[in-house]
Design a binder for this molecule. Structure first.
Ligand code: F6P
Ligand code: MN
Length: 334
């Protein structure tokens, strides 16, 4: 019988390669894994345990929360606030950074997360996920918002768990991207996809077409050229996919290439873009770049943005390298 590498073995072997590593980071990731296994179980049980539907409350983004947005946020907080590895946390669902309770020791990392990405899909039984990003923090301090406002390029680790037909964890610590599939029988994530690489070229795009009239000119022109295919200036015909769960769209791009756009739009002047820099764009940007792709606003590299607020939104264009470069050229042309 072939030996299967568990996520725990993978992390410990990676840690052995770093002589200065104390093991704290490996323990922190194990706590994140436990939280995500709990979330996977709840999402899978769905209506059997009455967790679907709206909570009828609004989050900081002005979005109506699902019951599972709140439950999964609480799971993340309660699985991670006691560990001693974190100095603080920030969640897409909570207005201010989450403090570590006084009775627990503080650690050297900051954790940012979107506890249930794509939650509008939960009631229709489509894939959702948890996205997380880990930053360093000066030890022994009570971090304030400023301590979280680091560029994406500073991330120590980024990952997401996709609750789809299989539950999968996709992870990078800056040495490539690996994916692990949850073996429900033994309760362990098993390494199934080593060193994922995004194909450089693609003929598949993902965008919410219903916003078309609100986009900027460069995005209008790019999508028009995709849709016209080889009847227009493109040398190929394009296919389109839109799952409306960033985790699922990004996982597709990691496996077969493609480009994903959530561009600037003029629908609501107070919300010029939809995705959140700290909880969505930065972790996905780190993963996509580590798999050989690009992640940009159309004008600049997402990971180079110096955040000015913790719930900041950014336009996101990510995926196959050559296609993102092509979209950036459309932006340069104005
Ligand atoms: O978290 C935001 C999100 O749900 C992403 O997962 C997804 O890519 C996007 O919003 C879907 O947006 P829309 O509902 O506009 O299609
Ligand atoms: Mn989200």
């Amino acid at each position: 019988m072939s030996h299967k590498i568990t996520l725990t073995q993978f992390l410990i072997e990676q840690q052995r390669g770093l002589p200065d590593a104390s093991g704290t980071f490996t323990l922190l990731l194990n706590n994140i894994v436990t939280a995500c296994k709990k979330i996977s179980h709840l999402v899978n049980r769905g209506e059997l345990i009455g967790v679907l539907g709206s909570a009828e409350s609004e989050n900081i983004q002005g979005e109506i929360q699902k019951k599972l947005d709140i439950i999964t946020n609480d799971i993340m907080v309660n699985e991670l606030n006691w560990t001693g590895h974190l100095a603080g946390m920030a969640s897409e669902e909570i207005d201010d950074p989450i403090k570590i309770p006084d009775q627990y020791p503080k650690g050297k990392y900051l954790l940012l997360f979107d506890p249930l990405d794509g939650s509008s899909n939960i009631d229709v039984n489509l894939a959702v996920g948890t996205i997380f990003s880990i930053l360093r923090c000066r030890e022994g301090i009570h971090p304030d918002v400023q301590d979280f406002l680091q560029k994406g390029a500073e991330q120590v680790c980024a990952g997401f768990v996709l609750y789809g037909p299989s539950t999968m964890m996709v992870l990078t610590t800056g040495h490539g991207v690996n994916a692990f599939t949850l073996d429900q029988d033994i309760g362990e994530f098993i390494l199934t996809h080593c060193n994922m690489q995004i194909p450089e070229t693609t003929s598949e795009f993902a965008i919410n077409m219903s916003n078309q009239r609100f986009w900027e000119a460069p995005v209008q022109r790019y999508i028009e050229d995709c849709v016209r295919g080889n009847d227009g200036v493109s040398d190929k015909n394009y296919n389109m996919r839109w799952i409306a769960s960033l985790v699922a769209d990004v996982y597709r791009i990691l496996t077969r290439g493609g480009v994903f756009l959530y561009p600037l739009d003029t629908r609501n002047p107070s919300k010029p873009a939809k995705l959140r820099l700290m909880y969505e764009a930065n972790p996905m940007g780190f993963i996509i770049e580590q798999a050989g792709g690009l992640c940009s606003t159309g004008r600049e590299r997402i990971l180079n943005i110096k955040p000015d607020s913790i719930h900041q939104r950014v336009p996101v264009i990510l995926g196959s390298k050559q296609e993102v470069e092509r979209i950036m050229q459309y932006h340069q042309q104005g």
